[in-house]
Design a protein around this ligand. Sequence first.
Ligand code: SF4
Length: 305
Amino acid sequence: MDKKALQSLILSEKKQRDTVILAHTYQAPEIIDIADFAGDSYALSVEAQKYDAKRIIVCGVRFMAETVKILSPEKTVILPVSQASCPMADNITPQQVIDFKEKHPDYVAVAYVNTTAQVKAQVDVCVTSSSVIKIVKGLEQDKILFLPDGNLGAYVAKHVPEKEIVIWDGCCPVHDGVTAQDVIDAKAKHPNAVVAVHPECKPEVVEIADMVGSTSEIIKYAKAHEGEVIIGTERGVVDYLEEKNPQGKYIQLRADKLTCKDMKITRLQDVYQSVIGISGEKIEMDEDLRIAAKRSIDNMLKYGG
Ligand code: SF4
């Protein structure tokens, strides 16, 4: 079956089966095309709560489907491909968070939303890359434990120097692979272009960029910019911009490095099979775990809203 036919089939089946499809912006364009909503990880969870549908298919990685389940427990949440997981989120265990907190008893634990439900359950507040500075500034405490992304932690520490921030040594292997030399080379090739990067990139990359922001902030910036923009985040963002704003000029910074294989593992066929109920993983979550994890997300809304 060709792509268009499969997309039509998905659209008609999802309607009949009271199903909504949410897709992260890093997903393949043919999946974003048939999604009811596309956005960053936090936007997906917030959006999920607005639909009446009984079933939500989350095209992204596991922590995103979990976050949707935490906020919409009454809905059936499906991750089309079980192996789609975030290496950064998987790289820190709940026990490591407990140990980290025990070593720093008078610190408040702040976690990036790119974490498992078990890790969210161990921390005081979650943050997104767009809300992290506001939230850390707004916390009453001056001593902060930040996890799991060391690059995002360094970015926060630079912007909130008045607080003492102890940072976990983790990273997103996709964004962390970009070097300052990659940016210098891209600028030499496109001297009139501006560079927009995600704060999951290394500090020396962030330092020489013209703009630093979350996925949605980069999209907004690139759409508004008149000339060429070099995009320093996962390549799905350039695909998204080229489709939604074709008059813009976008240059992908190191496509070979900025491709998240976990984000690309989901194919249109997997989405179809999830919609008709023959594959995909139903996210199950213990209610105690869900309530504990939700507390840190509720605090994110309290301090970041
Ligand atoms: S791009 Fe990085 S943070 Fe996002 S899912 Fe892939 S590994 Fe995880």
